[in-house]
Design a protein around this ligand. Structure first.
Ligand SMILES: Nc1ncnc2c1ncn2[C@@H]1O[C@H](COP(=O)(O)OP(=O)(O)OP(=O)(O)O)[C@@H](O)[C@H]1O
Length: 340
């Protein structure tokens, strides 16, 4: 984020407990205008709770929130007027047709009748729901309902949209349609706050990703920055016989061998230069390889590493949260100090 880029969502020290259970233990979130922010976390991590607080649906126990220039403490109505929320539970009314649902939203947003009709027609078109407009949403597929739900959110032309697990349960094709719709919104200047359990979704859509675990944001950064936070990139070489494997193991210091599979894992960040270096070494030593694969850490690895080893992560998260922003080589990132 550049210093003068306007901020759409700014939360500091957000806290929420249910009885004895601390769900959010002082989290900070900053989302620049016109960007996508993804909040990731295991089941029950507090993602929905965060969305509900930021979208004024429930009250926090502590912390400050500004959304679209409005302060939650003094101007919750201002926030409500500027945002759209699509939750895990659909707002679609099954007693109305798809079109009537949209028209109802237009009424609730106080749009003049003609404007409401124009906007409804445009959204039915945009989400490929024209043929289904007159039908009852009970007859819709899950993907169509989700599209109608998002269309209903867009009737009020919100500047900031909260999408709580927008594609959970959707087939891959419908998921891609939703992703395209989300990208279209962002291209038009809308800010998206997304929660998801699909790491691929965060990878595809988000400018910045935060991992929420045990009430803390344990890591935050771009997808590439988060992937650099953990070790695990390697080139896997397979050989036809043990002698080749032996020779290769001597050639590549720091490699890990798998004798049963006649394979060797050579640490690598997966870029072309390191691949070329490995091939050159093999060539010089005249070692034959039967198979070669490059493995770069994906967000699944990051997720597992950061939420699966809570004690290591907690030690650095204690002073705030870990930012990937300034981390270049971060193989030992779990012990890094917070830089923000
Ligand atoms: N109204 C409530 N009363 C008591 N506990 C609650 C309430 N709402 C949420 N919780 C608890 O707070 C924790 C966080 O819930 P939340 O729904 O925010 O998690 P989540 O990350 O969105 O999970 P999921 O991915 O499963 O939707 C859970 O342990 C949940 O049981």
């Amino acid at each position: 984020m550049t210093p003068d880029q306007p901020t759409a969502i700014a939360a500091t020290g957000l806290r929420k407990s249910y009885g004895e259970q601390t769900v959010l233990d002082g989290i900070d979130i900053t989302v620049p205008e016109g960007t996508v922010f993804a909040l990731l976390g295991p089941n029950g991590a507090g993602k929905t709770t965060a969305v509900q607080i930021l979208s004024t649906l429930i009250e926090a126990d502590g912390g400050t929130v500004r959304v679209a220039g409005h302060d939650l403490a003094t101007d919750a109505d201002g926030i409500r007027g500027a945002i759209g929320v699509t939750g895990q539970f659909s707002a679609v009314d099954n007693l109305l047709t798809g079109e009537e649902n949209l028209l109802l939203m237009a009424d609730l947003n106080h749009l003049p009748r003609a404007e409401g009709r124009r906007r409804t027609a445009e959204l039915l078109e945009r989400f490929d729901l024209v043929d289904a407009a007159e039908k009852n949403p009970m007859t819709y597929s899950g993907g169509m309902r989700r599209k109608l739900d998002l269309a209903m959110t867009l009737v009020g032309d919100p500047k900031v949209i909260f999408l709580d697990e927008p594609t959970t349960g959707l087939d891959p094709r419908t998921r891609r349609i939703m992703w395209d719709a989300i990208r279209g919104l962002v291209a038009g200047g809308v800010t998206i706050f997304l929660t998801t359990q699909y790491l691929e979704e965060a990878d595809e859509l988000a400018d910045r990703i935060a991992l929420l675990d045990h009430g803390h944001i344990v890591a935050e950064g771009t997808s590439a920055e988060l992937k650099r936070l953990i070790p695990g990139g390697h080139i896997r070489l397979e050989f036809a016989d043990p002698d080749e494997l032996d020779q290769a193991a001597r050639t590549f210091a720091g490699s890990t061998r798998d004798d049963a599979a006649l394979a060797l894992q050579v640490p690598s960040d997966g870029d072309v230069n390191s691949l070329r270096a490995v091939l050159d070494h093999l060539d010089v030593a005249s070692i034959e390889v039967t198979n070669l694969t490059v493995h770069t850490p994906d967000l699944d690895d990051v997720f597992l590493a950061l939420t699966g080893r809570p004690t290591e992560v907690r030690s650095s998260a204690g002073a705030g949260h870990q930012s990937a922003e300034t981390t270049d080589t971060a193989a030992d990132s779990t012990t890094k100090e917070t830089v923000r």
